[in-house]
Design a protein around this ligand. Structure first.
Ligand code: HEC
Length: 132
């Protein structure tokens, strides 16, 4: 008899877990920019410096993440790598800036202007091109 009660319960719990943070709808991502030859220092650093480094730089490392150098950005934070070289759609950092999951949107709500579609497109293209 017990199994009849427990089984649907377990199914409900696992469904709830799979709908949590990591599960985002990547079809909602703005498209990658068509620009080529993108580099961290030339194209990405200015975006991160304006919107991210006050919380992810030399002074503060929220989520144990620094975004002020290429090496640190590729290293990731407390949840591991946030940039998957060559695959922006799978990169957690892209999910955060595109605000796919409101709980992990970056910059956090009220803590800075959201990035524009164009900026997100540049970050995506840079990652897709290998995050150099
Ligand atoms: C006002 C502070 C603030 C700003 C600005 C900010 N973040 Fe964050 N970020 C946080 C905090 C706090 C966390 C820790 C997780 C949480 O509490 O949501 C975090 C976590 C993250 C993580 C997850 C790291 C991990 O491994 O868990 C990523 C990726 C990230 N931020 C990217 C960015 C990017 C990209 C920008 C700029 C577009 C940005 N953040 C701007 C506060 C900030």
């Amino acid at each position: 008899m017990k199994a009849i009660v427990i089984l649907p319960l377990l199914t409900a719990i696992s469904a709830a877990v799979s709908l949590s943070a990591a599960d985002v709808d990547v079809s909602k991502l703005p498209p990658a920019a068509t620009k080529t030859g993108l580099t961290f220092d030339k194209d990405i650093k200015p975006i991160f410096e304006k919107s991210c480094v006050k919380c992810h730089g030399a002074e503060k490392q929220k989520g144990k993440l620094r975004l002020d150098t290429l090496e640190a950005s590729l290293k990731g934070g407390e949840n591991g790598e946030s940039i998957v070289k060559g695959n922006s759609a799978k990169s957690p950092l892209v999910h955060t800036i595109a605000r796919l999951d409101p709980d992990s949107a970056m910059p956090p709500d009220g803590k800075g202007d959201p990035l524009t579609k164009e900026q997100i497109g540049i970050v995506r293209a840079w990652i897709d091109q290998g995050a150099k």
